[in-house]
Design a protein around this ligand. Structure first.
Ligand code: AMP
Length: 144
C-alpha cells in the first residue's frame, strides 16, 4: 500500500494550516473545530514551516499554564519536519512515525505539500488491505 492510495481514500483531503504569527489559542480553536490533532504552520499552505500538535500545546500548558495560549505558534511548533512522498509505502511511514513518536506526516512533492496523513489514516488503510487479503486467501482455500 502506497501513500497516494491512502490520500485518495480520505474523505477530506484539504490540508489544514495556520500562518506563522497565529496565536496558539487560535490554533487550538482550529484543532477543536476540525476535530484534528495537528495543524501545519505555513505561509501559503504549500511550503511547510512547521507542525503544531495538541501535544505541543499540552506540554506548554503543563509547564507554563495558560500564558502559552497567547504565544505565537512559531515558538511551540516543531520545525524539523519528517515528511514522506506519495510513493512511500504505508509500512515505511508507520516505521518513521513509530521511531519519531509522532502521529502526523505531511506528504511533499517537489517541496510542495500535497497532503497530510495521520497514523489513523495509515492504520485504517492497512486494516482494510489486510481484510481484503484475508478474503482473497479464504476464497482461494475454499476454491471460490
Ligand atoms: P503528534 O504525535 O503528531 O501529535 O506529535 C508529537 C510531537 O511530534 C509534537 O511535538 C509534534 O510537533 C511533532 N511532530 C508531529 N508530526 C511531525 C512530523 N511529521 N515531523 C516531525 N515532528 C512532528
Amino acid at each position: 500500500m502506497l501513500v497516494h492510495q491512502i490520500l485518495s481514500g480520505k474523505s477530506e483531503d484539504d490540508i489544514v494550516f495556520v500562518v506563522p504569527g497565529t496565536p496558539v489559542s487560535d490554533a487550538a480553536s482550529v484543532l477543536s473545530a476540525r476535530h484534528i490533532g495537528a495543524v501545519v504552520v505555513s505561509v501559503d499552505g504549500k511550503v511547510p514551516a512547521g507542525i503544531l500538535s495538541e501535544r505541543d500545546i499540552v506540554r506548554e500548558l503543563g509547564k507554563r499554564g495558560t500564558n502559552c495560549l497567547n504565544d505565537m505558534v512559531d515558538s511551540l511548533m516543531t520545525k524539523n519536519l519528517v515528511t514522506c512522498t506519495r510513493d512511500d509505502t504505508a509500512d515505511n511511514v508507520l516505521e518513521k512515525m513509530t521511531a519519531g513518536r509522532f502521529r502526523h506526516m505531511p506528504v511533499v512533492e517537489n517541496n510542495v505539500m500535497v497532503g497530510l496523513i495521520s497514523i489513523g489514516d495509515v492504520v485504517k488503510a492497512r486494516l482494510s488491505e489486510l481484510s481484503m487479503e484475508k478474503d482473497a486467501l479464504e476464497g482461494m482455500i475454499m476454491g471460490h
